[in-house]
Design a protein around this ligand. Structure first.
Ligand code: F6R
Length: 598
C-alpha cells in the first residue's frame, strides 16, 4: 500500500516525472499525495486524490532537480493534509516518503518528544525525518545520518529521503517493495515499475536490507553493514502503453477486455497437445504432494478455493486458507505437504506472513503470482508466473482468470497419475476465443436496467463454482458498494434464505449437468418460491436457462474451464452496475491494490 516515486538526473523535468509516476501508482492508495523537490527543499502535499496535488502543483509550480513523491493509503492517522507524505523534521531540512509500518515508532516518538521534538502528524513515518535531523544536528554527514536512522527502524518499510541543499536521494527497503529504474543519465525509484515505466524499462529489484544512495552520476546499493552489493538490472517485458487505459473509461474495463490475451500468454508454451501433457517446466521437479494447503487473500483466496476443489476431486487432500488466519493459527502439516501462496502482487503482507509461517515449519512453498521478482516469488522454493501483464484496476479481473488457469496447469504438472489431458488442453487453447465471445455477446449490461436497483445481490454455485459465487459477490460489493454475498448453493437453506426477497436477485452459476448442477436447480426453485428473480450463468447443459428469469450464457467447455467463463459474465455485471451508479470504479473507497500491511 502507498506508492513511492523518486527521480534524479532529469533537471527541470523532475516535477513532471514525479507527477506521472504518482498517477501510475495511484492504484496503491489515493487518500493523499505529495512531493518534495530539492536541492532547495520544497514540499507540497494534499489530502484526497492526486488531482488536489495537481492543482497545487500547477498553481505554484515548484522547481527542483531531484525529487521524491508519495501516494497514500492510510494506516496510522486519517487522510488529511497533515498526515500526507512527505513528512519533514521541524526545520524542514529533511523530507521522507514511506510505505509500510514502523513497528517501534511509539518508543522512538516518546524518545524524540522527551528531547523536545514536536510532532505535527499522527503518522508513524514522522519519526524518520526527526531522527535524521537529530543525527545531522549532532554533526553527522547526511549519508551517515540516513544509515543510523534506518538502523533504528523496526517493521516494514520502503523509504526515500531528500535533504535540503543535497542533490542525492537516499532510499532503503525492508519488507516493502522498492525498485530502481535505470535511465541514460537518470535514476528513478518506485514501489513498483509503473512508477517510472514511461522513463525506462531497465529495472533493479532491491532486496530486504538494501539501501541506496542515488546521485546525478548513478546509484550505489549497500547492505545493512554498508558493504557494496551488485545487482544485475533486468528489462521488464511490458511498456508504458500496457499500463495506460487505451481508450477505455476505466482500467477495470480495459483489464476485463484484456483477458483473452492474458489467458493466451498464461497458457503459451505450457502444453504439448500431441502428447496430451502439460509442460510447466519451472515445477517439473516437484514430486506429487501428499497434501496441498493454499494460502491467499480476497480474490486470490477465491482462486485458492478453486484450486483446492480441483485437487480434492483428483484425490489429493487440499484446503484453502485465508492467509491472515493461517499465519496466526496454522493447521497441522503432514509429510509432503506443499503450501501454495496465490498472490497477484506477490507483496500482500498477510500472504507473505502465512508463507513464512509455513517455511518456518519446514514446508515446501510455491508462489503463484503475477509479479516477476516479487517478494513471494523470491522467498518461496518454487514460483509459477501467471503472466497476466500489469493490472492497475484495484478490482482484480484478468489476474483472477489467469490464476485459475495457472492453478489448473500447476495441478496437472504436479499430479503424477496416468491420464489424458487432451480435452483440458483443447479447452485451454479455446479459452481466449470463448472469453472473447462472452465479451462480444454478453447481455450483462442490459440486466442492469432491470436488476440494477436492487436491495442486495446474491451469488450461488457448487463445487468449483462456489469460488465463482464468492468472487462475483466480492467484485460486486467492492466496486458498486451494494450489498452482495456469495454462498455455496446448498447452504442457502441453512440461514441465508432469510435474506432472499423479490428485491434480491440471485445469480446461480450452473455449468455442466452433473449432480451438482441438478442440485443447484433445486436451489434455484427454492429462491424463486420466495419471489427472488434468478439469473442463471450457464453453459446450457442443464435446464437452468429454462427455469431462470434471465440468463447469461457461456459456451460449453471443460468443467474446469467453465468457471472462468462464468466469472467473466459476473465481472461485466458488477462493472456495469457500478458504472450506472457512478462509482469511482478504479479507486473504490477505502481500498488499495496491494495490501502490504497486516
Ligand atoms: C479484490 C482484490 C483483492 C486482492 C487481495 C489479495 O478485487 O483484488 O481482494 O485479491 O488483496 O491481493 P494479492 O493477490 O495481490 O495478494
Amino acid at each position: 500500500m502507498c506508492g513511492i516515486v523518486g527521480c534524479i538526473g532529469r533537471g527541470s523535468e523532475t516535477v513532471d516525472v514525479l507527477m506521472d509516476g504518482l498517477s501510475n501508482l495511484e492504484y496503491r492508495g489515493y487518500d493523499s499525495a505529495g512531493i518534495a523537490l530539492g536541492s532547495q527543499l520544497t514540499v507540497l502535499r494534499r489530502a484526497g486524490e492526486l488531482n488536489s496535488l495537481e492543482e497545487a502543483v500547477s498553481a505554484d509550480r515548484p522547481s527542483g532537480t531531484v525529487g521524491i513523491g508519495h501516494t497514500r493509503w492510510s494506516t496510522h492517522g486519517s487522510p488529511t493534509d497533515r498526515n500526507a507524505h512527505p513528512h519533514t523534521d521541524e526545520s524542514g531540512r529533511v523530507a521522507v516518503v514511506h510505505n509500510g509500518i514502523i513497528e517501534n515508532y511509539t518508543a522512538l516518538k516518546a524518545e524524540l518528544e522527551a528531547d523536545g521534538v514536536h510532532f505535527t502528524s499522527e503518522t508513524d513515518t514522522e519519526v524518520i525525518p526527526h531522527l535524521i535531523a537529530q543525527s545531522l544536528a549532532a554533526g553527522h554527514p547526511a549519508e551517515d545520518a540516513f544509515h543510523e536512522t534506518v538502523d533504528r527502524l523496526e517493521g516494514s518499510y520502503a523509504i526515500a529521503v531528500l535533504m535540503d541543499g543535497d542533490e542525492r536521494i537516499f532510499a532503503a527497503r525492508q519488507g516493502s517493495p522498492l525498485v530502481i529504474g535505470v535511465g541514460d543519465d537518470s535514476t528513478y525509484f518506485g514501489s513498483d515499475v509503473p512508477a517510472f515505466i514511461e522513463q525506462t524499462r531497465e529495472v533493479v529489484f532491491l532486496e530486504d536490507g538494501h539501501r541506496v544512495t542515488a546521485t546525478t552520476d548513478g546509484y550505489r546499493v549497500v547492505d545493512k553493514t554498508r558493504a557494496p552489493v551488485e545487482i544485475a538490472s533486468q528489462i521488464v517485458s511490458y511498456t508504458a502503453e500496457d499500463t495506460g487505459k487505451s481508450g477505455y473509461d476505466h482500467y477495470m474495463l480495459k483489464e476485463i477486455y484484456e483477458q483473452p490475451n492474458a489467458l493466451r500468454q498464461c497458457f503459451a508454451g505450457r502444453a504439448d497437445a500431441l502428447e496430451g501433457k502439460i509442460t510447466l517446466e519451472e515445477v517439473d521437479s516437484i514430486p506429487e504432494p501428499g497434501a496441498v494447503q493454499f494460502v491467499a487473500c480476497g480474490t486470490s483466496y477465491h482462486a485458492a478455493l478453486y484450486g483446492a476443489a480441483v485437487l480434492r476431486e483428483i484425490g489429493i487432500p487440499a484446503d484453502a486458507y485465508l492467509a491472515s488466519e493461517y499465519a496466526l493459527s496454522p493447521p497441522p502439516l503432514t509429510l509432503g505437504t506443499l503450501v501454495i501462496g496465490i498472490t497477484q502482487s506477490g507483496e500482500t503482507a498477510d500472504t507473505l506472513g502465512a508463507l513464512r509461517e509455513a517455511m518456518s515449519r519446514g514446508a515446501s512453498t510455491l508462489a503463484l503470482t503475477n509479479v516477476v521478482n516479487s517478494t513471494a516469488a523470491r522467498e518461496c522454493d518454487h514460483v509459477v508466473y501467471i503472466r497476466a501483464g500489469p493490472e492497475i484496476g484495484v478490482a482484480a479481473t484478468k489476474t483472477f482468470s489467469s490464476q485459475l488457469v495457472g492453478c489448473t496447469l500447476l495441478i496437472e504438472q504436479v499430479v503424477d497419475r496416468p491420464r489424458d489431458c487432451r480435452p483440458l488442453i483443447e479447452s485451454l487453447r479455446d479459452l481466449p476465443s470463448d472469453v472473447q465471445q462472452v465479451l462480444d455477446s454478453s447481455s450483462a449490461e442490459l440486466l442492469v436496467e432491470k436488476y440494477g436497483n436492487s436491495e442486495a445481490y446474491f451469488f450461488i454455485g457448487r463445487g468449483t463454482n462456489v469460488a465463482v459465487a464468492l468472487e462475483g459477490a466480492l467484485k460486486c460489493k467492492e466496486i458498486s458498494y451494494e450489498h452482495a454475498e456469495g454462498f455455496a448453493a446448498g447452504e442457502l437453506k441453512h440461514g441465508p434464505l432469510a435474506l432472499v426477497t423479490p428485491k434480491t436477485p440471485v445469480f446461480a452459476i450452473v455449468t455442466g449437468n452433473d449432480e451438482r448442477a441438478r442440485k443447484t436447480l433445486a436451489n434455484i426453485k427454492e429462491v424463486q418460491a420466495r419471489g427472488a428473480p434468478v439469473i442463471a450463468v450457464t453453459d446450457g447443459q442443464s435446464d437452468a436457462a429454462d427455469i431462470a428469469d434471465a440468463t447469461l450464457m457461456i459456451s460449453e467447455t471443460h468443467e474446469r474451464i467453465a468457471p472462468i467463463l462464468a466469472n467473466v459474465q459476473l465481472q461485466l455485471f458488477s462493472y456495469h452496475v457500478a458504472n450506472a451508479l457512478g462509482r469511482p470504479i478504479d479507486k473504490p473507497r477505502n481500498l488499495a491494490k496491494s495490501v502490504t500491511v497486516e
